[in-house]
Ligand binder design. Structure first.
Ligand SMILES: N[C@@H](CCC(=O)N[C@@H](CS)C(=O)NCC(=O)O)C(=O)O
Length: 252
């Protein structure tokens, strides 16, 4: 009976030596390396909103990962080493356990959602899913890109924008997005705490870092009580606390 034969008989002698060599390589590693070698690695900067949203997604899914800080202020994202990983020179990037590198936080989060379907970030219903994606896109496509470091630096360098101009510019686009989101939430989930049913998901991954940034740029949040309440409820959860900028190893 084939199943009673030893493993090297069934798979051939050459495969037997490969199996044994792989086992030996694994056992020869230091225990710490052995445990970590299967972890994903997130290239992150503590105050980056897009890295922040990716950390939340990883945490909500209960995934373990290594964190590799990329110091934007020291232009580490422009180094040849990092550009080889992400030619756009932006964080985040996610290295998978086989070395594959993923870039662009929306693509990374969608990858996580498909690869690790437990603890889903999106509703199963197609219309509800499209609504949640649309609310996330209000932030991901129409707000965050306008307030990104390189845009603000460009305005200062080429148009002599002052810090006051930058703060007004940033608050303008955050307020436009938050006004729309407040209305969308009221129609999609009236009376609910989160954007969909009773737990946070994709939208909250995008919202919480954007609120952090709004506070940093001193945007008035009084007109957005629902968004502020979601942010507050999220910060009662470990996944969000662990992802907070000030809780990162590279935080000031
Ligand atoms: N659409 C990209 C945007 C990434 C992005 O803009 N990252 C910022 C930090 S939040 C960055 O690396 N900025 C560096 C720079 O502007 O030079 C994503 O979602 O991953």
């Amino acid at each position: 009976m084939a199943h009673a034969r030893p493993i090297w008989f069934r798979y051939g002698v050459s495969n037997q030596s490969v199996i044994i060599s792989n086992i030996c390589n694994y056992l020869w590693q230091e225990p710490e390396t052995r445990q970590k070698s299967s972890l994903m690695k997130l290239y992150s900067y503590w105050r980056s909103g897009t890295a922040h949203r990716t950390r939340i997604a990883l945490n909500l899914k209960g995934l373990d990962y290594d964190l590799e800080p990329v110091d934007l202020r020291a232009s580490a994202h422009k180094s040849a080493d990092y550009l080889a990983k992400n030619p756009q020179g932006l964080v985040p990037a996610l290295a998978l356990d086989d070395g594959t590198i993923l870039t662009q936080s929306p693509a990374i989060i969608e990858f996580l959602e498909e690869a690790y379907p437990d603890q889903p970030l999106l509703p199963g219903d197609m219309v509800a899913k499209a609504r949640i994606r649309a609310m996330a896109a209000v932030i991901g496509c129409d707000t965050h890109p306008l307030n990104n470091l390189r845009l603000l630096q460009y305005q200062k360098r080429h148009y002599n924008a002052t810090d006051g101009d930058i703060a007004r510019w940033t608050a303008q686009w955050i307020s436009a997005a938050f006004s729309a989101l407040e209305k969308l939430l009221a129609s999609h989930n009236p009376g609910g705490v989160f954007a969909h049913e009773d737990r946070p998901g994709l939208f909250e991954c995008y919202l919480v870092p954007q609120i952090y940034s709004a506070r940093r740029f001193k945007t008035d949040l009084a007109p957005y009580p629902r968004l502020v309440a979601i942010d507050k409820a999220c910060h009662e959860l470990e996944a969000f606390l662990k992802a907070r900028p000030e809780n990162q190893p590279d935080a000031d």
